[in-house]
Design a protein around this ligand. Structure first.
Ligand code: SF4
Length: 341
């Protein structure tokens, strides 16, 4: 298994991921043609005019290659396809359901919880997940350049109770290695920062992003590093993804997964069970299963709490406790996530 992991991090094409990132599928017609999907037979084929204008299609080719041709119900396709259901309006949805603008202390820095801050390390992602809770986030106001980060770095330095810094986004790994190395070093040199946590979907959608340089950056950190992958379905994990995840683990990071419970994608006990076991085979422990946030454009993904609790009872009856993620909901203003029984 070690050989498999090293074959990724020893790639002789360290910038391959950037080529993939600059050649995403952005035209719905191309995705339909690649997957040989019949547009006459399925109501999902109708596109979301508003949704697509607000949040364009972005699909990395290695991720599309894991979709099943001809299947409108493919769980990976469902996560990225901008169907007209996005344009259905509802009073229970909002642009900023977590009220993140209230926690935006300095450009690029959010503080929702005691002792932790989140940096929007990159304003973009490799994939546009249609359920994204930050699809309406004001990245324009939260994309500091190296000089502008000084305000946020000073905020962390002046608050000795901040022991954990989270790099999020967007996707922090959408940034290049030299910028990432610089930002990590700025944070790592603050003596009271004990843990640096990175949230990323890139090792899942473009596993080539896990370069030797990235792994050495992680292994050289003074702070403990925690890497949270975002993977929702076992079909997202193929041999290359598994090798990339093992390489991150090999670099010394604690590796956990955060999934979102999504109607039509993974709201089935067998999918959730297989997700946990496949993650574990890839050296990743399931951590959170989030109920989706009520974001405008994402109502068709929402699974209600009673269905979620039934699913979790089934998952729990099939898995050892350490493979059962915690079902959580985020309520704005609370000092932690709300754990559901
Ligand atoms: S990778 Fe994360 S932040 Fe980016 S679109 Fe997907 S859910 Fe949103």
């Amino acid at each position: 298994m070690q050989t498999l992991a090293l074959s990724v991090i020893k790639s002789d094409q360290p910038e391959k991921w950037q080529e993939i990132l600059s050649d995403l599928i952005t035209d719905p017609k191309e995705l339909l043609a690649d997957l040989k999907l019949d547009t006459t037979a399925n109501p999902l084929a109708a596109l979301a005019a508003k949704g697509l204008a607000q949040f364009p299609l972005k699909v990395p080719r290695p991720f599309a290659a894991r979709m099943e041709p001809g299947n409108w119900d493919d769980p990976l396709l469902r996560q990225v396809w901008p169907s007209s259901l996005e344009d259905v309006e509802s009073d229970s949805l909002s642009l900023d359901p977590l009220q993140e603008t209230h926690f935006n202390k300095t450009p690029g820095l959010l503080q929702k919880y005691h002792g932790r801050v989140l940096l929007t390390a990159a304003p973009h992602c490799a994939v546009h997940c249609r359920y994204c809770f930050r699809r309406h986030f004001d990245y324009a106001a939260n994309t500091p350049g190296r000089r502008e980060w000084s305000e946020s770095i000073a905020y962390i330095s002046e608050n000795p109770d901040i022991s954990e810094v989270i790099l999020s986004g967007g996707d922090p790994l959408a940034a290049g290695d030299s910028y990432l190395a610089w930002l990590l070093a700025e944070v790592d040199r603050i003596p009271h920062v004990e843990t640096i946590r990175i949230h990323s979907r890139l090792p899942i959608v473009i596993p080539q992003r896990v370069t030797a340089q990235l792994c050495s950056m992680l292994s050289e950190l003074r702070s403990k590093s925690v890497f949270i992958t975002h993977c929702n379905h076992p079909q997202e994990i193929d041999g290359e993804v598994q090798a990339a995840l093992k390489a991150i683990r090999h670099a010394g990071s604690t590796l956990l997964n955060q999934a979102v419970l999504l109607k039509g994608v993974n709201n089935y006990a067998d999918s959730l069970i297989k997700l946990s076991t496949t993650l574990f085979q890839s050296d990743v422990l399931p951590y959170y299963l989030h109920l989706p946030d009520r974001v405008t454009g994402t109502g068709h993904f929402i699974v209600n709490e009673s269905e979620a609790l039934k699913l979790m009872a089934s998952v729990r009856s099939h898995l050892p406790g350490y493979l059962v993620p915690q079902l959580v909901r985020e309520d704005p203003g609370n000092n932690s996530k709300t754990r559901l029984a």
